[in-house]
Design a protein around this ligand. Structure first.
Ligand SMILES: Nc1ncnc2c1ncn2[C@@H]1O[C@H](COP(=O)(O)OP(=O)(O)OP(=O)(O)O)[C@@H](O)[C@H]1O
Ligand SMILES: [Mg+2]
Length: 363
């Protein structure tokens, strides 16, 4: 359409030009000749001039229309381009918005992670401080414990000598001497628990038949427990030999057995008719498990949360170091202590430690 209008326009312009040329030829010749006869020339040029003027007007009209159409077309093209640009800008803005949202999500996530890491760092710092203090406390306990053991050994030796000396006399000092002996034994036990709790020394691992060793320890320990308490054993390690520190592991068994016995036995009488302790051993993926279960009153929820804390006790004459020192010995063996209990359902303490490397390699 535009091209046709332009062609028509240019045709008109060409016609106008041709007419103008003819008129000019004719006019120029006549102008010179007939300048003197102007009125006659005016009459003679009247029709040609009109045609020329009309053609000129038409040409000009076509020229302006064509230019207008061309401008409108250009404006339309510019409008389309502007619309495309606007659409592109909008989609770019949308992409940017998505990008910003993702960025914002990332920043939020990073902030949360950072807060978590800061908390971990704070905890680690506290842990280091606590460990530092514990290490100092451990060194203090170890030194004091060993220093006390020497004079106590002296008292024990003197006591032994006094017993012998007074045996042959008529003086009955046995009750006094027994009280001194009981006091020394108790002090010794407290020092042992303190040292077990504070000791960082690696356990002295020696290979041993766990079930055989345990049977002997239970037999020995049972002698100091009220005889009304029955002790059942179900040892299932089938002669398994592994490395463990016998002396320290014996104290684990002692602590757990004495806790079970304390739970089953009041000051003078059992807390139930059929007090019983059940000892079982088994082999699990994590290693050797030794469970000591009693059918006593169990551990309430509020005691359970504190039961592993050093110096926590519900007993009148106790230090509250039995479980913490037990845990420490097991931890040094690479193991741990599980505690399960519910009120009136008894309590089960499971000590576990991994098999020694030699056993694992042989398997
Ligand atoms: N078998 C159990 N049944 C019920 N409560 C138990 C049992 N074993 C431990 N507890 C509870 O856990 C507390 C802490 O035990 P832990 O052996 O650490 O200290 P303790 O026996 O009180 O004192 P210590 O062992 O130093 O003489 C006990 O006072 C008791 O309340
Ligand atoms: Mg105890």
């Amino acid at each position: 359409m535009t091209r046709r209008v332009l062609a028509l326009g240019y045709g008109a312009i060409a016609a106008t030009a041709a007419a103008a040329l003819l008129a000019a030829q004719h006019g120029l010749a006549s102008v010179v000749q007939k300048l003197s006869a102007l009125p006659a020339l005016t009459l003679q040029m009247g029709f040609g001039g009109c045609v020329l003027a009309l053609a000129l007007a038409a040409g000009l009209a076509w020229f302006f229309i064509a230019r207008g159409v061309q401008r409108a077309e250009l404006a339309k093209l510019a409008l389309l381009k502007a619309r495309d640009d606007a659409i592109r800008a909008e989609s770019e803005a949308n992409e940017m918005a998505i990008l910003f949202r993702d960025l914002n999500d990332d920043v939020t996530r990073l902030n949360i992670e950072l807060a978590g890491k800061m908390r971990q760092l704070g905890e680690a710092q506290e842990d280091i401080l606590r460990k530092g203090k514990m290490a100092q406390l451990g060194a203090l306990i170890t030194t004091v414990g060993h220093e006390l053991r020497n004079p106590m050994a002296g008292v024990r030796t003197t006591l032994f000598a006094m017993r012998r000396k007074f045996k042959s006399t008529s003086l009955d000092l046995d009750s006094y001497l027994n009280r001194i002996d009981g006091g020394i034994t108790r002090c010794d036990l407290i020092i042992t628990k303190l040292l077990d709790f504070a000791y960082e020394k690696e356990p002295d691992l020696a290979p041993g038949d766990v079930d055989g060793w345990l049977a002997g320890v239970i037999e020995e320990e049972a002698k100091s427990l009220p005889e009304q308490i029955c002790i059942e054993c179900e040892l299932g390690l089938d002669g398994l030999v592994t490395g463990f520190d016998r002396a320290r592991m014996r104290r684990v068994i002692h602590n757990l057995l004495s806790n079970a016995a304390d739970a089953l036995w009041g000051l003078h009488a059992p807390v139930r008719d059929d007090p019983c302790i059940r000892v079982t051993t088994s082999l699990a993926a994590r290693g050797v498990e030794i469970s000591i279960a009693d059918n006593g009153p169990g551990i309430s929820a509020e005691v359970m949360v504190k039961v592993r804390e050093p110096l926590f006790t519900t007993k009148e004459f106790a230090t509250g170091l039995g479980i913490p020192s037990t845990e420490k010995i097991l931890a040094l063996h690479g193991g741990g202590l599980d505690i399960e209990s519910a009120p009136n359902k008894g309590a089960t303490f499971t000590a576990w430690f991994p098999l020694s490397r030699a056993v694992l390699q042989a398997a």
